[in-house]
Design a protein around this ligand. Structure first.
Ligand code: PHE
Ligand code: NA
Length: 454
């Protein structure tokens, strides 16, 4: 196949791709979700399983996604189709891309609701609302937010607009420009906060919660959550990384690049845990508090510490920026597809998707108030979307992608696109992608199903 070009643009350099993909990966998953699910699943053992999943499943599959994207140079749906045709396969493989687009859309709807909470907290911190706030007050503050659909709607809407403003600019004028500004800011904020967390008490207690492995605490359910989270946190299984891979310069090596992204995402999650749990323990709070963890515990802590108002503001700013760069990547695949399929300009494509995501988002924010009685499989809309995407659709999408790249694409194509210098490294990756990752995902799925039915 002759060298293809993306009609949407190409990143200016390998580093821009790394920053953009890291921007996608580092998000609410790292700073909001990872700490609270780690808390709910008892700490250390869960973290260990999560790390194993990143290494044996996440990183190999991420390489597969980037490879398909760069080979196909299109939106995920069309890149899968083009690469399938190139290897003499049925174009029906594009269904994989369809499932991904759907998952991305579903994630976007609840993601922007949480991001809306974050915006509310940025404003509250700036305003000094949390100064000297007590534990109970912080709890009722968060509950009051959840009980106020209008407030949530305002912030949810602002977030959707912020995201679409970037996506509408396209790869170079939108995504790349935002990445170049926001990612360095994100790293600076993170370092500032890490420095700050050293000065708080209970640092050791926080560390031992994160890193002491007591396997009794682990259930198959925790293993499924850890697996699902490894897909969620690396933005895998729904086409985000595949879409970004389509804009990757030809000469950059996929292996080293993906490893860098995976390490950065993991480091951010662990640092976020190291910043948050000491604060939780220093204030005698419950690490298993659930989704409200960073919204209830942290304001209390920041409210009492010297400089807390500034650091609290910076903390929520960090979370907001991280959520923003991730949400952009949730919308890019479908936007690119609308442009390719219907020849739309970016603006109408973004208006269409933004509006749809915003509207479904209203059902998510209603889960906490006016729609709280509406349940699917015993879960409210918000929990349902989170569960079905992170624990089922993303792992399933990743599993199918591993099978597609590992067993169906021509080895010659895969090998030349990856261009790994050392044969041994290629063989090792290929083996993991063909056997280890699919088998691991399949076993975890099967055991869970068995448990649920038995
Ligand atoms: N990786 C993002 C996070 O950790 C979430 C995300 C998932 C973004 C899938 C894009 C695609 O918050
Ligand atoms: Na992440």
């Amino acid at each position: 196949m002759q060298e293809r070009q993306s009609i949407h643009g190409t990143w200016a350099s390998r580093w821009v791709f790394i920053l953009a993909a890291t921007g996608s990966a580092v998000g609410l998953g790292n700073i909001w979700k990872f700490p609270y699910i780690t808390g709910e699943h008892g700490g250390g053992a869960f973290v260990l399983v999560y790390l194993v999943c990143i290494l044996l499943v996440g990183i190999p599959i991420m390489m597969g996604e980037v490879l398909v994207g760069r080979r196909g140079r299109c939106s995920p749906i069309n890149s899968v189709k083009e690469t399938a045709l190139e290897s003499g396969l049925s174009s029906r493989w594009q269904l994989l891309g369809w499932m991904g687009a759907l998952a991305g859309f579903m994630i976007f709807t609840f993601y922007s609701v949480i991001a809306g909470w974050v915006l509310h907290y940025i404003a509250g911190m700036a305003n000094g609302d949390y100064t000297d706030i007590g534990r109970d007050q912080a709890g009722s503050h968060f509950e009051a937010l959840l009980a106020a659909p209008q407030t949530m709607l305002i912030y949810h809407s602002i977030f959707v607009v912020l995201v679409m403003l970037v996506v509408v600019g396209g790869v170079n004028k939108g995504l790349e420009r935002a990445t170049r500004i926001m990612m360095p800011a994100l790293f600076v904020l993170l370092l500032l906060l890490l420095g700050y967390s050293f000065t708080t008490g209970s640092f050791g207690e926080g560390l031992s919660f994160l890193f002491s492995f007591s396997l009794e605490a682990l259930t198959w359910d925790s293993v499924l959550v850890a697996l699902g989270h490894s897909f969620f946190t690396l933005s895998l299984g729904m086409g985000a990384i595949l879409a970004y891979g389509a804009y990757m310069p030809k000469n950059a090596s996929i292996g080293g690049t993906v490893l860098t992204i995976g390490i950065l995402d993991t480091v951010v999650a662990l640092v976020a845990g190291m910043a948050i749990f000491p604060i939780v323990f220093a204030n005698d709070m419950d690490p298993g508090a659930g989704p409200g963890l960073i919204f209830i515990t942290l304001p209390v802590a920041f409210g009492q510490m010297p400089g807390g108002q500034i650091f609290g503001f910076l903390f929520f700013l960090l979370v907001g920026v991280a959520a923003w760069t991730s949400a952009i990547s949730l919308m890019e695949p479908a936007t690119a597809w609308l442009v390719e399929r219907f020849g739309l300009e970016r603006l109408p494509a973004c208006l269409l998707l933004g509006f749809a995501g915003w509207a479904v988002g209203i059902a998510c924010l209603g889960s906490f108030n006016f729609l709280s009685d509406f349940t699917l499989l015993g879960m409210n809309t918000f929990d349902f979307l989170d569960f079905v995407t992170a624990n089922i659709m993303l792992p399933l999408g990743g599993l199918l992608l591993a099978i597609y790249v590992g067993w169906f694409l021509k080895t010659r194509v895969v090998e030349s696109e990856l261009a790994i210098a050392k044969q041994l490294h290629f063989r090792l990756w290929y083996l993991v992608l063909r056997l280890v990752s699919p088998v691991a995902v399949a076993i975890i799925f099967a055991l869970n199903l068995y448990q649920k039915l038995a």
